[in-house]
Design a protein around this ligand. Structure first.
Ligand SMILES: *Cc1c(COP(=O)(O)O)cnc(C)c1O
Length: 406
């Protein structure tokens, strides 16, 4: 099932450009992925051929755009093995999806004083702050599953915490900072057995591994289109139908209503109840094109390819004097490190001069950085278009930059 990374790379026009006179090595896919021609074409075709506002239009373009938008929802549902397209809510991204779930739960009256919301110390700020806001509003308490020295979650502490009044478990599938793969299936089962609702932040899993959300059993799953080769500004909140049906809407406006009168407004059915206003039509179509494109390659093959690159990178970097890798050995998507005595930002700046795009800083995970007593790390993150040559260029550039800075 080996893939041809060069054939894939050729489908990404941006990867052929030069940066500071060097050919670009793009190792920042955890922040955003680049887009293949198949997705660029789908977006362009939408505007050139069927651009129109959707739903309620009688004219041809409106109907074509509505069909394309709703077909996109079916593609997403199939890709995720959701029970039905109504379980797919289009959002602006992972952040928006978590805010939707937390806000709707807050409005539902299901969370009250004394309840606990359980998250982990690995979380992205997007999976921390909306829950803090929910706690402020309801009087619930935020509890944190601690992280072990190797960047995995402390499962014994998790078991202990579950014995409390946990109403929601919200945890990342894969850490965007360290590449840790969280055992979300087992944790979901344990949390559900304890009577909690479960939300999984799949922003770093969706581009790298196949998902079967019926099998996973989580109540909510979110991800962002722009990290899975699709446009920016589109994302998905999957929710189990029974839960979504039971939750009140969050934002009010057009599309989300059945009937509006000044005395009383009735809300639309799923999924429209949660999609107020004109949606990101082109984004949804682009997301469907991206998922079809990646499924054409096959996520298991993508995962195998990327995992080999990450292992190769970890081995190559490990020989650099004073370099420390974070996270467990079986990382997904990202590899984080620091070098003794050097600031991550200085190293990242030198790498950029050599055409290597990595990310430095706290990766929107300040509590995790505090846990490891650092202000940030250097993170190389991978996509299907990366090659062994990219890894070699990274390793050479890091070795050179370290010599220059010392
Ligand atoms: C990127 C990311 C988010 C936020 O995604 P947005 O696209 O910025 O909404 C949330 N969680 C994780 C793990 C991420 O990597």
């Amino acid at each position: 099932m080996a893939i041809d990374p060069y054939g894939i790379r050729d489908q990404f026009p941006i990867l052929n450009r030069k940066v500071h006179g060097n050919s670009l090595v793009y190792l920042d896919s955890a922040a955003t992925s680049q887009k293949p021609v198949a997705v660029l074409d789908a977006s362009r075709r939408y505007y050139e051929e069927i651009n129109s506002n959707i739903h309620r239009g009688t004219h041809h373009l409106a109907q074509a755009a509505t069909s394309a938008h709703e077909d996109a929802r079916k593609v997403v549902a199939n890709h995720l093995h959701a029970a039905s397209p109504e379980e797919i809510i289009f959002t602006a991204g992972a952040t928006d999806g978590i805010n939707l779930a937390a806000s709707a739960l807050g409005r539902s009256g299901r969370i009250t004083r004394g309840d606990e919301i359980l998250i982990s110390a690995l979380e992205h700020h997007s999976n921390i702050v909306p829950w803090q806001m929910l706690c402020e509003r309801t009087g619930a308490t935020l509890k944190i599953i601690p992280v072990n020295e190797d960047g995995t979650l402390d499962q014994e502490a998790f078991e202990r915490l579950l014995a409390g009044q946990v109403r929601v478990l919200a945890v990342t599938h894969v850490s965007n900072a360290f590449g840790t793969v969280v055992p979300v299936a087992a944790m979901t089962a344990a949390a559900k057995a304890a009577g909690a609702l479960v939300l999984i932040d799949g922003a770093q899993a969706a581009p790298h591994t196949s998902l079967d959300l019926q099998e996973l059993g989580a109540d909510f799953y979110v991800f962002s289109g722009h990290k899975v080769y699709a446009p920016t500004g589109i994302g998905v909140l999957f929710g189990r139908r029974a839960i979504l049906d039971d939750l009140p809407p969050w934002r009010g406006g057009g599309e989300m209503i059945k009937k509006v009168a000044f005395e009383k407004t009735t809300y639309n059915e799923l999924p429209f109840k949660f999609e107020a206003g004109t949606p990101h039509i082109e984004g949804a179509i682009g997301l469907a094109a991206a998922l079809e494109w990646i499924d054409g390659i096959g996520l298991p093959a993508v995962h195998e390819h990327e995992a080999a690159l990450i292992r190769h990178a970890a081995e190559a970097l490990d020989s650099v004097d004073g370099l420390h890798l974070y996270g467990p050995p079986d990382r997904m998507a990202s590899l984080s490190f620091n070098v003794d005595g050097l600031h991550h930002y200085d190293l990242g700046t030198l790498l950029d001069q050599m055409g290597i795009a990595v990310r430095t800083g706290h990766h929107c995970c300040q509590p995790l950085m505090a846990r490891f007593d650092v202000t940030g790390t250097i993170r190389a993150s991978f996509g299907v278009y990366n090659t062994a040559e990219d890894v070699d260029r990274l390793a050479e550039a890091v070795a050179k930059a370290v010599t220059m800075l010392r």
